[in-house]
Structure formats: C-alpha cells, structure tokens
Write a protein that binds this ligand. Structure first.
Ligand SMILES: Cc1ncc(COP(=O)(O)O)c(C=O)c1O
Length: 398
C-alpha cells in the first residue's frame, strides 16, 4: 500500500487522551477508578443552556446554517469581548468553531507555513507544539521553570525571535501550570511581538477561572498595535462546563478572520446548531455560572493545596488560574514498588492508575519531565478520596 501522508508522522496521540482512555476502559469494566486527569469542570452545563438547545431542535433548526456561526451567537461573543475583555471585535471578525482546540487549529492552518517558527512558553498545552509540527512549522519552546512562576519574560522572548519567527502562542491562565500573566508582564511581551512584527495567538479559555486576587487580562486589549496582530481564542468548555458541546470562538484581524472562515467552510462547516443555541443562551441569559464555578473550584484548590502540602517531597506551584495543580515529583522517581521501579513521570502515572486506580497526567505530556498534573475540578468528597489515593500511592514507593 502507498504510504500515509508524511505529516501524519509528525503528530502523536496526546498522552492526556491516552490516560483518559485507559481510565474510561477501567471504569467501563466496573473498577472503582477515580480521575484527576481530565481537563473539564465537574459541574453540569447550566440548565438554561440545555433548554435553549432542546428548544432549537424542536423549532427545527436542524439544517445547515452560517459557516462562521449563527449571527445571534457571533453578536453575543462580540458583546462579551467588549464587555469583559475590552476588545472591539465586530461580529464579522468572529468565527464560531467546534471547540477552542478547533479554533487554535484553524488559526495555525491560516498562519503556519513549512519552516515557520512558533514561540511557545513551556510547559504548555500539548496540542500547540503538536499542531505546529503537523503543519511543518517549528515549535520553539521557551523553558519557564517553576522559579520564574512558569512565565516567559520579554527578554526570553526577544532572544527566541529569529527571522523565521511568525507567531507567539500565549495561554493565560495556563494549562498545565495555572500561571497567570499580569497586565505589566503582558505589556512587555506585547512590545516584543509588535517590534518584530509577529502574530500572537492568545488562548484565553481559562479566563474566568482565577484565584487569590489574580486578574485575567487580554493581551489584545493593551494597544491598537497588538490588537491588530492578535488572534484571541476562547470558548464555552471551561467557563460554562460545556466541554461536550464543542463550541469555541475566535476574534481575529479582518484578513485572518476571512481566511479562517474559508478554511472552516471546507474543513468542518459550522458547529452543531443546537450547541450554538446553547452557547448563546449561556452567554446572554444568566451570566452567574462562571462565578459559581469559580467559587467551587476555589474550594477544590484550597483542599488540594492543603493535602499536597502534607505529602513529603512534593514541590507544589500554587496555581493562580485554571483548575490544575502542577507539582514536582522528582523525589519519587527512581523508587520502586513490588519490584518495579518508577523512573519517569509517565511511569509514575501508570503506577498510580494500576495500583491506586487513580488517573493523573505526567509532566512529560506538557514538556516538563519530573512533574505531574492533577485536575482538581471534582466534587469535594471525591477529590478528597482521590488525594488519599495519591498520598497512599506515593507513600508505598520505596
Ligand atoms: C489551554 C487549552 N486550550 C484549549 C483547550 C480546548 O478547549 P475546547 O474544549 O474548547 O476545545 C484546552 C482543553 O483542555 C486547553 O487546556
């Protein structure tokens, strides 16, 4: 048989998805398995969003609609950008896509050519470097250690820029670390981006989930120059507990928005109408949900940080955003249980799944070996049980 396209050799299945699949298989087999792996809020989608979807189906909105999204939803997103982020994207410069992941893919398809360099502070969401490589681009990872708060500085960015640099990807609040860039920090990064005439892809999917007085700032709001070169990506998955509905959205400069619209028209057309009606209701009707979710997640964060602090040897970064704890587990690597040595963060996660029936994610999946990520978006009692298992699993290593 003829070979697959060469680009398929440049992409691999996400480790986070692989672990989640194993967790789901064990669950389907009836095992009492718990997950601190998946990146989704545990609360249910707001009822008014569900009702809007049901009503739209009953009203017959079941045929093709506009490629870049229902006008009502695009208007709702445009108002949201203006109200919450200080961003003046007109509805024509907004694209509704099948999740923020799809929005990121669309933007990279529109921008990245063979050999283009894309700067990404690391550790980072695994999808960014994978997609850049898939498209023939070169991910240039800026290492951001825990001591720097897992944040890139303007000086690091300046040093990473070459004539081949096309784009910088920022993700604040960030997955997996929970780092949140301040307005002052974003200003200095924006200056470098503008100076070198780069694009900026700002993934703001965790914007509503911030703690301890941290404030989310959209980089595109900082000056007309950075606005003109920024693609702002966001979506319904995290803030409205709507992961399965698959609605993301993008605000982009007009030429880029048109290119993304053309790509989407041939790639996927538009996301399901019912999901779009649900998203519009969530954005327009009762907007209290993200606050309720943040309150719940703040309690989960407090419990998690207390419990992790009691486990010897862990170095924990207190997240200011998102719903993950990212911590150094090197003290446990090289140790053994029942004759088997746990040498890497991936082996540690496999060990926890096999012996404690607990799903977690290795730091290597985000480009930082020696660390582990857990998601604390869980009911408090389940979270407590899962953290007991984590502590027991680590304590059993010798
Ligand atoms: C940083 C980041 N961006 C985007 C996404 C994907 O969001 P969506 O469900 O809207 O595709 C995730 C999901 O984990 C994420 O962590």
């Amino acid at each position: 048989m003829k070979p697959l396209a060469a680009r398929t050799g440049r992409i691999s299945t996400s480790q986070t998805v692989a672990i989640d699949a194993k967790y789901k298989r064990l669950k389907a087999e009836g095992k009492d398995v718990l997950s601190l792996g998946a990146g989704e809020p545990d609360l249910d989608t707001p009822p008014h969003a569900k009702q809007a979807a049901i009503k739209s189906i009953e009203a017959g909105h079941t045929k093709y609609s506009a490629v870049t999204g229902l006008p009502a939803l695009k208007d709702a997103v445009s108002s949201k950008f203006a109200r919450e982020n200080g961003l003046a994207y007109s509805s024509t410069d907004i694209i509704i896509s099948s999740g923020a992941k799809h929005a990121v893919f669309n933007a990279l398809l529109a921008l990245v050519q063979e050999g283009d360099e894309v700067i990404i502070p690391s550790p980072c969401w695994v999808t960014y470097p994978e997609l850049v490589r898939f498209l023939g681009g070169v991910p240039v990872l800026i290492p951001t250690p825990m001591e720097s708060g897992f944040k890139a500085t303007a000086m690091q960015l300046e040093h990473a820029v070459t004539p081949k640099t096309k784009l910088v990807i920022l993700n604040s609040p960030g997955n997996p670390t929970g780092a949140v860039y301040s307005e002052a920090e974003l200003k200095t990064l924006a200056q470098v981006i503008v100076k070198h005439d780069l694009y900026c892809l700002s993934d703001e999917i965790y914007e509503h989930i911030v703690y301890a007085g941290a404030r989310h700032v959209s980089i595109a709001s900082l000056s007309p120059d950075i606005f003109a070169r920024t693609i702002t990506v966001n979506g319904m998955s995290k803030a409205f507990a709507m992961t399965g509905w698959r609605i993301g959205y993008t605000g982009a400069p007009p030429a880029l928005a048109a290119a993304i619209g053309a790509i989407q028209s041939h790639g996927t057309h538009h996301p399901a109408n019912a999901s779009q009606f649900a998203a519009a209701a969530a954005l327009l009707e009762d907007q209290g949900f993200p606050t309720e979710l943040r309150k719940h997640l703040d309690e989960c964060r407090t419990l998690t940080l207390e419990r992790l602090a009691a486990i010897p040897g862990l170095e924990v970064f207190p997240p200011l955003g998102a719903f993950y704890a990212f911590f150094n587990v090197q003290a446990y690597l090289g140790k053994s249980h029942a004759g088997k040595t746990v040498g890497t963060s991936m082996e540690l996660c496999e060990y926890l799944l096999d012996t404690q029936l607990l799903a977690t994610v290795p730091g290597s999946a985000f480009g930082l070996e020696g660390f582990m990520r857990i998601s604390f978006a869980n009911a408090l009692d389940t979270l407590g049980l899962a953290l007991d298992r984590l502590a027991a699993g680590l304590a059993a290593l010798r």
